[in-house]
Design a protein around this ligand. Structure first.
Ligand code: FPP
Length: 245
């Protein structure tokens, strides 16, 4: 392995779970059937990440722009969230997963908000994998809310202060950002935090994304040279010291 390449498992993986609608359409099923299958894929992926030593998994479950989808699909996704909270949280907790819901809660019903807080409290003691579920989230919303928080408190708007005021300040920035479903764009996800993330675009539709797809993404990450704005030479580790026997 080239020493400049990480060869490592990413500490933090972020995923744009795209392709649920197409998965359903190919089977002549309603779009919601694809989202339901997407919950299964998320459960499988969280387990696989924990098994591979990934510390943080962040997924894009509902964007600020998803409110513009047909009303039936929006209420279906809200129902799916409520259902997942009722059915999945205990098992996730047993698997050592700590849940965080990231996003604007002002657009959500009191019942859903209470469910999110309860799930966070219930899993707060876990430490095997942090699972951030971005719901009613947008990267622009996050930057704007952080800036407005700082301005309201009279704190200077610097990169460092913004970083601390962001909704994802409890975790390190994503090392690897995966988008499934074949499209190659960021779609307002983690705009600030993904500044130096390695990008991986998988052709698999999210409901089909399995352990081998995850391993492909992790292997691609392991082969990348991360320079964070420096030159290749600068990040070369110093030559090994030869110690006389
Ligand atoms: C994008 O696929 C996916 C979403 C907008 C929703 C993602 C949600 C899940 C995977 C379920 C997990 C959710 C909860 C509530 C925990 P798309 O519908 O845009 O697919 P398409 O591009 O094929 O139409």
């Amino acid at each position: 392995m080239n020493s400049k390449k990480t060869g490592a498992v990413p500490r933090h993986i972020a995923i744009i779970m795209d392709g649920n609608g197409r998965w359903a359409k190919r089977r002549l099923l309603p779009r919601l059937a694809g989202h339901k299958q997407g919950v299964e894929a998320l459960r499988r992926c969280a387990r696989a990440c924990a098994e591979r030593g990934v510390e943080v998994l962040t997924v894009f479950a509902f964007s600020s722009e998803n409110w513009n989808r047909p009303q039936e699909e929006v209420s279906g996704l809200m129902g799916l969230l409520a259902n997942a909270l009722a059915k999945e949280v205990q098992q996730l907790s047993n698997d050592g997963v700590r849940l965080h819901f990231v996003g604007d809660r002002t657009g959500l019903s009191d019942k859903v908000c209470e469910g999110l807080s309860q799930a966070e409290r219930q899993t707060a003691h876990n430490s095997r994998l942090v699972l951030n579920v971005c719901f009613n989230y947008g990267g622009r919303w996050d930057i704007a809310q952080a800036a407005s928080k700082l301005a309201g408190q009279g704190i200077a708007i610097t990169a460092e202060n913004l970083d601390k005021a962001m909704a994802m300040s409890h975790v390190c920035d994503p090392d690897l950002l995966i988008r499934t479903g074949g499209e190659m764009r960021i779609s307002n996800f983690l705009l600030w935090q993904a500044a130096y993330s390695e990008l991986f675009f998988s052709p698999s539709l999210w409901p089909d994304f399995d352990e081998s797809d995850l391993d492909q993404a992790i292997a691609a990450f392991g082969g990348r040279e991360r320079r964070f704005g420096q030159t290749s030479e600068q990040i070369q580790p110093p030559p090994a010291r030869i110690v006389a026997a």
